[in-house]
Design a protein around this ligand. Sequence first.
Ligand SMILES: Cc1ncc(COP(=O)(O)O)c(C=O)c1O
Length: 401
Amino acid sequence: MTSKPALRTFDAMPSVSSATLAEARIRIPFNRPAIVGRELHYISKALLAGHSSGDGPFTARCQALLERDLGAQKVLLTTSCTAALEMAALLLDIESGDEVIVPAFTFVSTANAFALRGATIRFADIRPDTLNMDETRVAELITSRTRAIVPVHYAGVGCEMSALCEISRKYGIPVVEDNAHGLFGRYRNRPLGTFGALGTQSFHETKNFTCGEGGALVINDRALVDRAEILREKGTNRTRFFRGEVDKYTWVDVGSSYIPSDILAAFLYAQLEARDFLQARRRTLWKQYEARLSAWAERNDVALPVVPDHCESSYHLFHLVLPTPDARQRLMTHLRRGGILAVFHYVPLHLSPMGRRYGGQPGACPVTEGVSDRLVRLPLFAELTDEEQETVIDAIEMCPL
Ligand SMILES: Cc1ncc(COP(=O)(O)O)c(C=O)c1O
């Protein structure tokens, strides 16, 4: 583990921070991707080593670090979390007629990766406290065609994995954890992403650790490792060839191009090396929001994030659930006028045009529907200064709800 790296702020890198005109009046953005200091050094090392394609030395370093920290059988870097989810669908041989259970409150990729293989998507509602897939609503969605359960550790707080793993065992249905938010979060002291047969990570610009666009597939079932390497290498056994296990490589299965450039892995490695520092800073900011906003929240009937005692968050998001959609709009507008960008998500997936094709109906997932138009996310990123956070908190407290 590394000590605190030299922090370079975005202000020192004008070409990276050039905002769109619309954002120019924003003084405190929703997110500013961290630059921890060694990214450019490692990128130049990757370039000088002459290995800019995938599976170079930095990819190996990132994978080894994640395998060690998570205690996973195998970690493979991918071009995105979406790509890792697509690999999961291929690995589980999802096909037309199969059903996959996802939460209604999530990003499209959680469902789309399986829809792409022809699966029918079944939407589970979420719990009102953690906003995670409601484990008590999963069994009723299971049919003889269910082939996967895909919980999302929303905001980096673990789903009720004891119950979900029990359902998985009872019905013989694999779990794929969409852990886009939750790297280094823990449930009952075990790392998120290591409960299911497979877990997927995101290194998109908005995540705690980033390389712009990137992801990883965490493989916890040893039986899936060899085929995962093939699917990721365009359906070839090139990974075995590079290890000297076969004397030529050839087309052996379906697959696609899921391997990121080693230049991106170099960027990511700098970030992962700084994981203690980045996570500690996010934790401090998150705890500060919680401590400073709790009385205000109580007075105004606003729900703060809930982290059960047996969960250690990855501190990916700090969100508020306002009492009404109008109150949320007032708060977002008030903050925007003060130069602060707070944003919402997700539009309920079962009510999207695609979701409706799978039978999604208003009223089917009432918690998701009730929360999604009242939730707002506050700026939370490692380089947010104490002063900036004070500005956000003061602005919230001044807002007439
Ligand atoms: C829950 C969830 N899953 C998957 C993704 C997709 O991640 P990526 O952009 O790395 O493909 C996101 C993106 O924000 C997400 O929030």
